[in-house]
Design a protein around this ligand. Sequence first.
Ligand code: TA6
Length: 285
Amino acid sequence: MINIVAGDNNLPKVVLTHASGASAEVYLHGAHVTSWVTAAGEELFFISRLSEFAPHRPIRGGIPLCWPQFSGQGPLPAHGLVRLEDWELASSETRADDSLVATLRLSETAATLALWPHPFTVELTVTLQATALTVQFRATNTSSDTFTSQLAFHSYFRVADINQTAVRGLHEVMYLDAMNEMKPTLENGAEIRFAEEIDRVYLKTPDTLQIIDEAKNRTITIEKSEDMPDAVIWNPWIAKAQRLPDYGDEEYQQMVCAETGRIIDPVTLAPGESWTGSTTFRVCP
Ligand code: TA6
């Protein structure tokens, strides 16, 4: 079942409820996925208890969409424009295999044109199955000029205890270390564990990453299915957590960002051209 209901601060959200009991929620604000719940009722995404749900403000947690710019890698607001705008629900359907599909759409607005003078249409398609969630982003250049853009799904996963959490799949992959002036560095660990702020952009990564939540005996597998060469691993740890106004001081203990995207080699689109990137998340158990 797919319907639109009033969410936090009365912002509209699309609720997908799968026949298995699994569910997901995506706010029209920013086409922001804020929840993915297992059939057993376990929430898999992190949302800060201090997150704003307000016009032109980002939601802290879930899957912020970073487009056309990642982080501060350009002149636009951090992580670009589209997570700050109100999208529309373009279509929704229940497929023969019981998967639920909702597509949200946004075209340029006065606010985006004021900062980035390019007409565009972007779509986010969310597909919910019993033990998987897929997000697919499609950008189309509807202008008469060429433009270049980055895309990242800035996914915040909930974990029981960051001290019992590991990320696997990035062994011997090069990363740019945001904690060391973006210095190119080789990942020499078979897994990444956390004891300080980690903020790394991994380049040309394998198509599958895993988050191991040892305390919950749970694995989330991240499959980068279409043109998503890069991955970002981030935990703010203590000092940065205390500096973020929409993030609880202690919340670094219950989350890890494992992001996927096209960051280092941005996409250049000629007029009329489109680009698509997608990622599938699977949970076990
Ligand atoms: O993806 C990691 C990162 O770029 C970090 O540097 C940190 O700034 C994080 O994103 C959160 O960004 P935000 O603008 O949502 O506070």
